[in-house]
Ligand binder design. Structure first.
Ligand SMILES: Nc1nc2c(c(=O)[nH]1)N=C([C@H](O)[C@H](O)COP(=O)(O)OP(=O)(O)OP(=O)(O)O)CN2
Ligand SMILES: [Zn+2]
Length: 117
């Protein structure tokens, strides 16, 4: 079974090894989707949504929201953001009954990536 939790953050970035409009400083309201794969525990939960929100907020959202992403990731493409988030969360979210399955990062409503580690 797959458990899903969605987040949003606003951040600025510019792409460095790139020639086009996105080399200029600009911002996005990013959508971040965290998916865990697992089986429900004795409480009937793969992972408590409340606890998942607390972990992702503390580790990712509080750092990324209203930031200049290039300060955190050298070339902050959606691909590199997804890999960064996956690597930051994979150990902390691992439990006997579940593990991090997939991270989606959406820059706009029509442009996003999916990373599975
Ligand atoms: N493979 C990638 N390509 C691009 C990335 C990226 O992270 N990975 N990023 C950008 C820009 O940062 C920006 O997202 C521009 O993308 P685009 O989808 O063109 O943005 P629009 O505002 O034009 O979005 P629409 O939804 O199409 O209106 C560029 N490429
Ligand atoms: Zn952009």
């Amino acid at each position: 079974m797959i458990l899903i939790k969605e987040f949003e953050f606003d951040a600025a970035h510019n792409l460095i090894h790139y020639h086009g409009k996105c080399e200029r400083l600009h911002g996005h309201t990013y959508k971040l989707v965290i998916k865990l794969e697992g089986t429900p525990d004795k409480e009937g939960m793969i992972y408590d949504f409340v606890e998942l929100k607390r972990v992702v907020k503390a580790r990712i959202i509080d750092k990324f929201d209203h930031s200049y992403l290039n300060d955190i990731i050298e070339q902050p493409t959606a691909e590199n953001i997804a890999m960064y988030v996956f690597n930051e969360l994979k150990d902390v979210l691992k439990r006997e009954n579940c593990k991090l399955y997939e991270v989606e990062v959406w820059e706009t409503k029509t442009s996003g990536v999916v990373y599975r580690g």
